[in-house]
Design a protein around this ligand. Sequence first.
Ligand code: PFF
Length: 470
Amino acid sequence: MAEKRKSIHGIWSGRLAFILAATGSAVGLGNIWKFPYIAGENGGGAFVLVYLLCIAVIGIPIMMAEVMLGRRGRRSPVNTMHALAAEAGASRHWHWLGWAGMLAGFLILSYYSVIAGWALAYIFRSAGGVFTGATAEGVSAIFDRLVGDPERLISWHTLFMVMTMLVVARGVRSGLEQAVRYLVPALFVLLLILDGYALASGAFNQGLAFLFTPDFSKISANGVLIAMGHAFFTLSLGMGAIMVYGSYLPDRTSIARTSVTIALLDTLVALLAGMAIFPIVFVNGLDPGEGAGLIFKTLPIAFGHMPGGALFGTLFFVLLVFAAWTSSISLIEPAVAWLVENRGMTRVQASVLAGVITWLVGMLTVFSFNSWADFHPLFFVPHFEQATVFDLLDYLTANVMLPLGGLAIALFSVWIMQRNDSVEELDMGDGAAYRLWHFLVRYVTPVAVIIVFLNVTRLVDFGSLLGLAE
Ligand code: PFF
C-alpha cells in the first residue's frame, strides 16, 4: 500500500463533522431557492422525477468518486489531480480539471452571493413586520424594489462576501466545522414548520400533485439538462468543492455510506422546500414558472398570514442565509487551499484575495436585475433570447461546467486511476457494492451526460424520440 498523504490544512474531527460540512455545502440556495423555481419553470413532476433519477444514478456515484479523489490526494483539487495523475502514470493535463473547477467556483459564488444577499435583506424585512398581512402583489412589489436597486444589492452582496471570507479565513476546524454543527439541524426544523403551514393552506394536494405527478409532455430536452445540471449543483459536484472537503476526511471513514447520507439529506431538504412553496403558490394564484424570485414572492405571503409569522419569517431567512453561507465557503475553499499550497499565502490573505475577485465578478449579477435587465447577450440564440447575464452565468456553470467536471471526475476515477487504488480508497471491498459503483461511474454516468449534451445541441433528437416537449 502506498504511503498515505497528509493534508497540510488539517482534517475534520470525524465522520459526523464531514457529513455536516458536506451537507452544509450541498444544502443551500440550490435546494430552497433554485430547486422550486426551476421545477416550476420546467413543468413540475416530470422534472422532479428526472432530477431524482440523476441524484441516484449519477450524483451519488460521482460524489463517491469526488470524495475518493480528494481523500487520496489530500490537497487542493489542482494539486490532487496533479498527484493522482502522476501516480496513475497519466497526463499531467488532468490538473486542468482542478483549474476548471476553481473557475466554476468563482463564477457560481459570484451570483450565489448576490442571491444570498436577497435572503439577508429579507431577514430585516421580516423582522420589521413588513410582510404582516401583505398581499401577493404587495410582496412582489417589495421584491421588485429590492432587485431594482443596484446599491442595495451591492451592499448585501458585500456583507455576504465578508461573512464568507471570515469563516474561510479561520480554517477547517474552527471555521467551517463549527458553523455547520447547529445550522443544518435547525434548518430542517424550520422547513417542517413551513410544511405544516402549507399542509393547512388548503392547496397542499395541488402542490404535491404538481411536484410528484410526472407529465412528460411538460419537460423538454433542455429541461432534462437542467435537471441533470441541478443534480450536480445541489450536491456541490463537478467543481472540486466536495473533492477539497474529501481531502480533509479522516482515513477510515466510509465514503459510500457518507455520500448516500449526504445525498438523502440534500434531497429531503429540496423536497420539503418544494412541498412548502407550491401550495402557497397555488392558493395565492401565483405562477409556478415565476422564475428566480419565486420563494421571495411566495413565502413572505405565508409568513404574513400565520401566527408568529414575523418571527418564523425572520428565522427562516436567517437559516437560508446560513445554508447559503455553509455552501459559499465550499465554493471558495478549492481556490483558497491552492493559494495556500502554491503561493505561500496565509489563509487570511488567500481568503481576502479570492473574496475580492468573486465580489467583483458579482457585479455582473447585480446589474442583471436592474441596469442590464434588458441586456440579452445571446439574443440571437434560440432558448437564450431573453437570458440576462445572470441567467447565462447560472446556465453555463450549473448545466455545462459542473456536468463536464463531473464527467471528467468519473472518467478519471475508473478509466485512469488503478482499480486497486480505488478499491483501497473506497474501502468497501471488491464485492457487489464496489462493482455497482464502478459500473455506474464507468458507463452510466458518461453515457448519460453525453446523451443529454448531444440531445441539447440537437445532434441527436432523443427528446422527440421519447416524446418530450419542444
Ligand atoms: N450545493 C449548493 C446549493 O445547492 O446551494 C451550491 C454549490 C455549492 C454548488 C458548492 C457547487 C459547489 F461546489
